[in-house]
Write a protein that binds this ligand. Structure first.
Ligand code: BGC
Length: 726
């Protein structure tokens, strides 16, 4: 079907049929294998007619080849023009094979593996009938109180862009139209959802346009430049107007300035939410604002189907605005081949073979080992040797709740727990397991059992964290410490006088006071996914050496939040932290620096950096500088190091961050080995948004930093000069 055939199809559609294409409903509205949908709760109150459902454009949250085929079949029987449904779902970090949560994946800094994870997720989802995934989420995040930081790749614009591209490529593959193992991607949440005030979900976002363009927008743009088919709006306001009704954001910026002509979908219920936001009087005005802003699909509210026709009749909108949206939606259906193959990749038999394939689980395990971040390892307590007796203690010792939020199709009972993995590795008499406490409660008996188990062991492995309900959507917290019972457990175990290795399972950077002090080693495991236990055993016993690095700062305490590495200086920067100065920008009761900075992560080996040299200290618009640094493995293990390159623009027209990541390189070094790592500096890396928002560079002084994290760096200055001067 070509654009002109789509247009001729549209000519046969009534206005109501067209408007119904803009409606997205959840699975229960449709008759699938159950013959009748089960609509309960708020869904039952939605003013949706049978006709709306028969002509609806898309379905949300349904998967499973049999169910999708059944719904599509019945839909086509009732739809007079034979327009297939689009099936969309949240395939965020895996379909059934669950990968680590996105924030963890980012800590691998491994875009190839990240892409592979998205490719596998797409393959499993596509064979199960899914056409579009609501991913990647590329919201830049600086506030760990916000539960959704686990869905993001962190606080850095550069890294967010490279991961956005990797995920889009992984989901969509090279040929979305013909590759039935791919799914269309939908980048979200446009825009700046991650900047919710006070880290409270759905809250106001108020950013300068410069900050928006400089830090928050690049990742969405990167996803679109990579061909991402869809965009989802955000729940928040942007400059005083909710994103879903924001013409400046959606029409002027997204469509006109960036040229996006794919499908724009609201987030769940976000059109109707224009009313409580206070920018629409009623459903009708909400529909008017959203359609004018350019929102094509209304997810899970009925403002469009209830009011768009009336708005056309009254002349408040032209029918052509609806036609534009319908054309985009039908074009996507056409691109996915649905007119010819309405079931697309859905295949009941193949599904059984593809989903949770051992090869997929193997990739999940590999990615999980690369995603964990070693935060502390005193006296080289890790890696463990297999002759040690282990006490495995804590609410995550034998928990399947390591898949994390957004893993609805992952089976918790099938996830490899730590206990299962240890049991494969150690003889029974070398392993003693105790729960110690629940995530948020503790009993005296649990505590006593834990201390008893610990006293008989050589090493205590403590598995603690947040349960997966404590982060994710609406999972915000003002206290980002471990729940008190778990801190109590750690404190009690510390009295046993045995080395403590703490494994953390959580979806956000935590305030780790109480954890760090009582632990000899701390490994941030995040929610590591289906193969979590195996991956952690690989790391604990040194089969794999930790190489992950944080992509979001871990605050010293929640009072510092937001704390991120690429911040501005003030007019009164803090001097030496112990300088006892008064009128400088600092806290009286806490350091300015986070506990663990962006880019931080230890290995079992040690790396030393030296000899940072530049081929020139002067750069022109047409030249480049090559920076070289030596990195040596001065420890005893072969290890992978993620070498990070940052640049600071010393004087700008507007204030500039103290450091900005501009590139990185992963290298593997044998003990005693040294490698030269090079990085190319070009003028385009030095551009930024000026006072008038023009994007360009300034001549002047810059500093290049290279190091193992954003804080411990070598530095070298250089100048950007006009051509002709040297
Ligand atoms: C979330 C989105 C998600 C959508 C559909 C919303 O509540 O904010 O990220 O894609 O639901 O499930």
């Amino acid at each position: 079907m070509t654009t002109s055939t789509i247009q001729s199809l549209m000519k046969q559609m009534t206005l109501n049929e067209k408007i119904a294409q803009l409606l997205q409903l959840a699975g229960p509205f449709f008759k699938g294998s159950t013959e009748q949908g089960h609509i309960t709760g708020p869904m039952a109150a939605m003013p949706i007619s049978v006709e709306n459902i028969e002509h609806a454009g898309s379905v949300l949250g349904v998967s499973g080849a049999a169910e999708v085929i059944s719904i599509q079949k019945k839909h086509l029987e009732n739809n007079r023009l034979g327009i297939p449904l689009l099936f969309m779902a949240d395939i965020i970090h895996g379909y059934k094979t669950i990968f680590p949560v996105p924030l963890a994946i980012a800590c691998s800094w491994d875009t190839e593996l990240a892409q592979k994870s998205a490719e596998i997720a797409a393959k499993e989802a596509a064979v199960s009938g899914v056409h579009v995934t609501f991913a990647p989420m590329v919201d830049l995040v600086r506030d760990p109180r916000w539960g959704r930081v686990m869905e993001s790749t962190g606080e850095d614009p550069y890294l967010n862009q490279v991961f956005a591209k990797a995920f889009v490529n992984g989901f969509q593959g090279q040929d979305l139209s013909n590759d039935l193992q791919s799914v269309a991607a939908c980048v979200k949440h446009f825009a700046a959802y991650g900047a919710a005030e006070a880290g409270r979900d759905y809250n106001t976002v108020d950013l300068s346009e410069r900050q928006l363009r400089e830090s928050y927008l690049p990742a969405y743009k990167a996803a679109l430049d990579e061909g991402c088919e869809m965009v989802m709006t955000a729940f928040n306001t942007v400059d005083g107007i909710p994103a879903t009704g924001n013409e400046k954001l959606m029409r002027s910026l997204l469509r006109e300035e960036w040229g996006f002509d794919g499908v724009l979908i609201s987030d769940w219920g976000a059109v109707k939410e224009l009313i409580p936001h206070g920018v629409a009087e009623d459903d009708k005005e909400a529909a008017l604002k959203a359609i004018k802003a350019g929102v094509d699909i209304e997810m899970m509210t009925a403002c469009y189907v209830q009011h768009l026709a009336e708005l056309v009749t009254e002349g408040a909108i032209e029918e052509s605005i609806i036609d534009e949206s319908v054309l985009r939606i039908l074009t996507l259906k056409e691109k996915l081949g649905l007119f010819e193959q309405p079931y697309r990749g859905a295949d009941v038999e193949l599904e059984q073979q593809v989903v949770s394939h051992p090869d997929h689980l193997q990739v999940s395990r590999e990615l999980a080992t690369k995603s964990c971040v070693l935060l502390k390892n005193d006296n080289h307590i890790l890696p463990l040797t297999s002759n040690k007796n282990i006490a495995l203690i804590g609410p995550f010792a034998d928990s399947g709740d390591i898949l994390g939020p957004w893993s609805a199709l992952g089976v918790r009972e099938e996830a490899v727990t730590l206990k299962q993995a240890f049991e494969k590795h150690l003889p029974t008499n070398q392993l003693n397991v105790a729960t110690g406490c629940h995530v948020e409660t503790i009993t005296q008996q649990q505590l006593e059992e834990a201390v008893q188990a610990a006293s008989n062991a050589d090493v205590i492995v403590v598995a603690v964290g947040e349960d997966s309900e404590m982060s994710g959507e609406a999972g915000c917290r003002t206290n980002i410490q471990l729940p008190a019972p778990q801190l109590e457990l750690l404190k009690a175990l510390a009295t046993c006088g045995k080395p403590i290795i703490t494994l953390l399972f959580n979806g956000r950077p935590l305030d780790l006071h109480g954890v760090i002090e009582y632990s000899d080693a701390v490994l941030e495991a995040w929610y590591p996914g289906s193969e979590g236990g195996n991956a952690l055993l690989d790391l604990l016993y040194g089969v794999t050496i930790p190489s992950g690095k944080l992509t979001m700062s871990f605050p010293d305490n929640v009072g510092q939040v937001p704390v991120y590495y690429n911040h501005f200086n003030t007019g009164r920067p803090q001097g030496a932290p112990d300088a006892q100065e008064r009128y400088v920008s600092q806290y009286l009761d806490a350091p300015n620096d986070p506990l663990f900075p962006f880019g931080f992560g230890l290995s079992y080996t040690q790396f030393s950096y030296s000899d940072l040299e530049l081929t020139s200290t002067q750069l022109t618009k047409d030249s480049e500088i090559t920076a070289t640094a030596s990195v040596s493995n001065i420890g005893h293990f072969t290890g992978e190091e993620i070498v990070q390159f940052y640049i600071q623009d010393v004087v700008g027209e507007v204030v500039r961050p103290l450091k900005e990541l501009k590139g990185y390189q992963s290298i593997i070094l044998e003990p005693g080995e040294t490698q030269q790592v090079t990085f190319t500096i070009t003028e385009d890396q030095l551009r930024y948004h000026h006072a008038d928002l023009s994007f360009k560079s300034d001549n002047g002084s810059f500093v290049l930093y290279v190091g193992t994290n954003s804080k411990d760096v070598l530095s070298h200055s250089f100048q950007l000069i006009s051509q002709g001067r040297n």
